[in-house]
Design a protein around this ligand. Structure first.
Ligand code: HEC
Length: 155
């Protein structure tokens, strides 16, 4: 019994020592990395406010479609098919904003190669993960994102 307690205590001290060493080790590493090259941080997909179409647009769409919706986001040059300019949707649809179609594109019901599909989507999953157990929130996100795109239409 006593032997077991001693063993346990030794193991704990050992673990503590390792974690301290690991901490100081990583501190040293990150400060030297900062001095030499920029650190690449892997961060989870950003949470956005379901009530802000603009926030969702900037977080999930602007990289390709551009912050102004004109199709010139920073990732656009890497794509074979240029991202659709999203400010001309009404003009190209005879003066009526194609809201049902846009909602389907956002949901992933209309497949475009650059968006991926529902099984392997490029951005769609974010909207679905965030609202996975809450269909009302999912609806809200799709509606507000669609409305935001409607708001950037050029006459
Ligand atoms: C990885 C880059 C990329 C991202 C991110 C992206 N798109 Fe696209 N999108 C494209 C490309 C490229 C096309 C043109 C596809 C084609 O013509 O086949 C397109 C087409 C579209 C279209 C037109 C589809 C049609 O049927 O006319 C809409 C609407 C659209 N995207 C909305 C969005 C929205 C909203 C988001 C964010 C939730 C988004 N896209 C995110 C690359 C992207």
């Amino acid at each position: 019994m006593r032997l077991r307690a001693v063993c346990l205590a030794t193991a704990l001290i050992f673990l503590l020592a390792i974690s301290l060493a690991a901490q100081t080790g990583s501190n040293v590493q990150s400060s030297s990395a900062q001095a030499t090259k920029p650190e690449i941080k892997n961060v989870p997909a950003r949470y956005t406010d379901p009530s802000s179409g603009k926030e969702m647009y900037l977080a999930y769409c602007a990289s390709c479609h551009g912050a102004d919706g004109k199709g010139n986001g920073p990732a656009a040059p890497a794509l074979k098919t240029p991202p659709t300019g999203l400010t001309q949707l009404t003009a190209k649809n005879g003066g009526k904003f194609p809201d049902a179609h846009i909602a389907q594109v956002i949901k992933g019901d209309v497949v475009t190669a650059a968006h991926g599909n529902k099984e392997m989507p490029v951005w769609g999953p974010v909207l679905f993960w965030l609202g996975q157990h809450d269909p009302a929130q999912q609806q809200l996100r799709i509606r507000n994102l669609t409305k935001y795109i409607e708001s950037i239409q050029q006459k």
